[in-house]
Structure formats: structure tokens, C-alpha cells
Write a protein that binds this ligand. Sequence first.
Ligand SMILES: *Cc1c(COP(=O)(O)O)cnc(C)c1O
Length: 345
Amino acid sequence: MKIDTLVRDNIKKMSSYSSARDDYKNGYDENLIYLDANESPFENGINRYPNNKHNDLKTVVSKIKNIEKDQVVFGNGTDEILDLIVRVFCNPNEDKIITLPPTYGMYDVIAKTNSVENIEIPLKNNFSIDKNKILSLSSVKTKVLFLCSPNNPTGNSFDINDLNDLIKDFKGIVVVDEAYIDFSSQKSLISLIDKHDNLIITQTMSKAYGMAGIRLGMGFSNKNIISYINKIKTPYNVNTLTENKVLKELSKTDELKNNISLILNQRKVLISSLEKLDFVQKTYKSDANFLLVKVDNADLRYNQLLKKGIVVRNRSNQYLCQNCLRITIGTGEENKIFIKTLNEL
Ligand SMILES: *Cc1c(COP(=O)(O)O)cnc(C)c1O
């Protein structure tokens, strides 16, 4: 596929912002006097602009993910990367994206912000992908297909053959949003970025890695696509505090593994407790750190829980999610209180 023909003309033609430290390429050396970027000269640890190539972070992340440094882009959360993808490929009022509701709400918000039509092709009743419908509704205008796997709010991973077929057959960019991949029994598709020129994988520090507050999202793709995203992103979109904190946290690999396995255990405990409640009609299978649960009356149960000090997400207004609550897996202690509270309702 000719990816360059999918890129908006204005973006192909432009050159990216050139910052002071792009002209001076030798990296930051504290023995030099820097009078090039209008920063404050008074050292406090954050008076300098961040390295806009995020070299240290790229080295560490690309090693963990077993890919090359030029196959990585960072964003102020995944949300920024998703927005950048739409802006690289979709001409406002002309091109379209495809999403599969019920799914992550930001895709639609990003489409609307960019004046790009969002063609919604609902999942089937069992939350699987309607592959044939997607392919039949795609055209030269449907530039980007968003696949969220494991999917939020349904919790399931999509069938690996469906994902593979769509990456292969869809005539545009395929984004696989793997925000919850660390909780999944299914493997990441990151190893496929070398094999397909249209595939972008997104992951985040916000969920399993426990760093939602620092806002770091990651995009992985071939270096052609990554270079287009880099071209339009603001140069300092990831700040020094975030970069330093992530580097520190990423070294705690045992803690990460341990936390994930605690969540997976609690997921099991929560499922079996929920299934014993008579107002719970169905607990959907989950590959994520949350459960989608169908109850008798979601509004009622949501408000009852709120009165007892427990906040869940009411997803009732989402397609295929009538009377469904989305419940994040908390600590063992939190889940005990949650179950006790449910039993008292
Ligand atoms: C939580 C979530 C994200 C993460 O977004 P960040 O901006 O990185 O916090 C991305 N995609 C989905 C589907 C999510 O649920």
C-alpha cells in the first residue's frame, strides 16, 4: 500500500517546527553556556526545554518492546497520538474514520474536533467485529480504522484472525489501540509493525503501568508513519518531569508484574462474587482491568452504590450495553468492600 498517498497534502508539503536545540545537535552539556532558546538561566532542574527527541525514553521503551527507536512516538497520553493520527491522514470535511461501537469515546470526540466523519459500524451481539461490513463500507475516503483490543467498555479482545484480516485487507491506516494489552491473554500485535505498512499500535502508561497522572502514550509503527506523526506533533509534548518519572518507574519490572497478577487474581474473585448476585444478569468475559456487568437496572444500582461511596461507570447509554455497569478492578481490600456493599443492596 502507498501510505504516502493517504497522507494529507498540506502535511506532506510542510516542514516541522525547528527548535533551537535542533540547530545545535550535540545534546545537552551542562558545561556549555546556552543562550539559544530564551530559557531562564537559573538552574532548578526544569528550566531547560526537554530533549524533543526523547532519546533516553525511546532507548528504554524500544528495548522493552523489542523494536527500533525510530518506530516509537510519544504523546501527552494516547489521546494526543490518536488525534495526531487523524490529523496526519484525514482532511477535514472530506475524509472519514471508522470506529466500532461500543468503544472508546475519544475516537468520536477526536473525529468531531477535526471535522472528520466517524462511520460507526457496531460490533455484533457477541462483541465481535463485523469484518465484512467494515470492508464493504470502506472507500478511498475512510482513511483510518480504529480497533480497540481489548475493547473498552466491553473488555473482550477481538479475534486474532479478524484483526489480521483487517490489517491486511483494509485500504487505509489500521490503528490497534492496546491500552489494556498487559491484562490480556492475547499477545500484542506490535511485532507486526514491520510486516504491514499501514499498522499503528498504541499503548499507554495509564493503565497497567500505573501512571495515568503523568500522561504518557506510545505509538508504534514503521518509521515512515512515525516520521509523519513526528512532523506535526508539538516539539515538547512530553515534559521533563514525565520523562524522568517514567524512566524511574520502568526499572521496577517486578512491581509491575506483581501488580498485574494481583489485578488478574482480583478479576477472577470479582467475577465469581458478582455471578452470585441475583440482580446481576451477566458478567462479560474480560481481558482488561475492568468488568462489564449487566444488571437488572443500571441507573438504580449506580445510584445505590454512589450513596454508599462507590463510583462505577454507568455504560447504559452505549450501544449493546443497556443496563451495563463498567467496574474497574480495585485492590483486594476495595473489592471486598465493593462486594459486601453489593450484597447489602
Ligand atoms: C484508557 C484508554 C486509553 C489511554 O489514554 P491515555 O491518554 O494514554 O491515558 C487509550 N485507549 C483506550 C481504549 C483507553 O481505555
